[in-house]
Design a protein around this ligand. Sequence first.
Ligand SMILES: [Zn+2]
Length: 281
Amino acid sequence: MIQDIGAGRYHNEYRQAVPKRDSCVLCYRKNELLVRIQDEGISFLTYGETVETAPEAAGVYTYLFSIDGRAYFLVPELSAEQFPGTEWMPVSGLRRNGPKEAAFAGVTGYQLWGWYSARRFCPACGKAMVPDERERMMKCPACGQTEYPKICPAVIVAVTHGDRLLLTKYAGRDFKKYALIAGFAEIGETIEETVQREVMEETGLRVKNLKYYKSQPWSFTDTLLFGFFAELDGDETIHLDEHELSLARWCTRDEIPENDGISLTREMMQVFKDGGPWPDR
Ligand SMILES: [Zn+2]
């Protein structure tokens, strides 16, 4: 999955860090990030490059996180023309381009960039927000409003019925592959209640024996996913919510496509195809 970066260690402890020459610099604009694409995959600018070529950006580097001791900093939009060999790549391209560390860093930085961009001004009084020194939080010096990173909890549900799994396709989206039931938690409900509600809303089915599987940060959409397996409880007749789904059907293991992605959804489909729902671990 996208957060599985091999031996790489991701450290997101908040600290006041100063960029070094080999620190990575992440630069975004709407739905795109600045990268170099070579045979070995994507790579990012370094602070050594940007500090010489774009000295006007000095003082605006925001520390984000470190992977294997290398720090990643956010910088406001730079011009690709200033940096030979760089180009703007859609953030969605991180689903297909490695190496793994770079893809994970790129999308995690994207979520942080989106949050910082949307928290420049206080949502309560409109004054300029300032970063807190001790934790990742923006605060308003005028009214005291505090804003923490935006992380939306959501569920992925693999509904099983004997040797069949409920597969769906979204309605009205570019993503045309099979998926599982998915949806965001609402205020005031437990994550288990989210599972029950989303399955009922999208397919009219009841489920029982919920089993938590794994979670996944899905920074493309500011989401933290909680994956559950759940057994059908009662009638198997599907009543499709056509606003959300174009299709929902019970599929045998042979009908489930092989895992070709980096998402929790595809791993859970593969787990069931391989005889799950419980994996060897
Ligand atoms: Zn305020």
